[in-house]
Design a protein around this ligand. Structure first.
Ligand SMILES: NCc1[nH]cc(CCC(=O)O)c1CC(=O)O
Length: 312
């Protein structure tokens, strides 16, 4: 480990949304605490991501997850920032080869929270579900085919305001995001065993250039190994499935002594079809998630399979 203090304040790039800023503050606090640095050793550098400028269309239709990363990626390469902090859920499966996810912070609550009704079954017949996440839409339509999905973009506060304004009857948000924004009393968390979360939900990652050994070492000190292993496995599953932002996939990781169990479900976008499988493998073994992907695609009906281009 590198115990030398930085020569100048380190620049931590982040999106500008309140949730992204809260996550960047958490990353800064952990980094400074681990190294005994003053908070001023890490400077937050906010950037407006393309995804934050376009609020009126589903993300899947306008270029997907790269909309959250491309500005920060360019700043990392140019040296404008030293690190970039991300919700790992929003980070593309394939990253530039010269980048390293050098720290993953301890995972927060992985559950989705239902807002507007006390449970899935308590949602009134025919109600409108506000979400733009293909996974949430498919999961909900699978459980409740009588419901209608309406597009619902924007940051957490915007979505809560849209719900308040009656643009939908219920919505779903990540407990992790609500918690980080201090919105802890909102809605009803759904059991993660019955309503599987999104890949990498609840995990914050910090990237730097892989060539910067000093930065990688500083970040390594705050890397949470169990969360990192889980995120690596969940991302390996996505990669092997050939999933993208149009493909509804849910996954829950449980940890054992030195192994992980991934339980994953794939849906058709309309929720009519669902396949599920699970697999246990050693932490760090990317062949395990690939095998799980192969099995899922092998069992999936065409209505699911056509939305993936994995090896299965
Ligand atoms: N898609 C936006 C997004 N990206 C990360 C989070 C929440 C925090 C997390 O999952 O780590 C959210 C909001 C949400 O899904 O409710």
């Amino acid at each position: 480990m590198n115990n030398q203090a930085p020569q100048r304040p380190l620049k931590l790039g982040t999106r500008r949304s309140p949730l992204a800023m809260a996550q960047a503050e958490e990353a800064r606090a952990r980094l400074c605490a681990a190294h005994g640095w003053a908070e001023s050793q890490v400077e937050l550098v906010p950037v407006t991501a393309s995804g934050d400028k376009i609020q009126d269309r589903p993300l899947a239709d306008i270029g997907g997850k790269a909309l959250w990363t491309k500005e920060l990626d360019a700043w990392l390469v140019s040296g404008e920032i030293d690190f970039a902090v991300h919700s790992m859920k929003d980070v593309e499966t394939i990253r530039p080869e010269n980048f390293a996810i050098a720290a993953v912070l301890p995972r927060a609550d992985v559950r989705d929270v239902l807002i507007g009704a006390a449970s899935i079954h308590a949602i009134p017949p025919g109600a409108r579900v506000g979400t733009s996440a293909p996974r949430r839409a498919a999961q909900m339509l699978h459980a409740r085919p009588d419901l209608t999905v309406v597009s619902f973009r924007g940051n957490v506060a915007t979505r809560l305001a849209k719900l308040q304004a009656g643009e939908a009857d219920v919505t779903l948000l990540a407990a992790a995001g609500l918690g980080r924004l201090g919105e802890t009393g909102v809605g009803h968390p759904l059991s993660e065993y019955e309503w599987l979360p999104a890949p990498a939900q609840g995990a914050i990652g910090i990237e730097c250039l892989a060539s910067r050994a000093d930065l990688c070492a500083w970040l390594g000190a705050i890397d949470d190994k169990p969360t990192h292993h889980a995120i690596r496995a969940e991302r390996a599953l996505l990669l092997a499935l050939g999933g993208n932002c149009h493909s509804p996939i849910a996954v829950l990781t449980t940890h054992h002594e030195s192994s992980l169990t991934l339980r994953a479900a794939l849906f058709s976008p309309d929720g009519a079809e669902r396949v599920e499988a699970h697999e246990t493998f050693a932490a760090g073994d990317d062949a395990g998630p690939a095998h799980l992907a192969h099995r899922l695609l092998g069992e999936a009906p065409d209505a699911i399979r056509v939305h993936f281009h994995g090896a299965g």
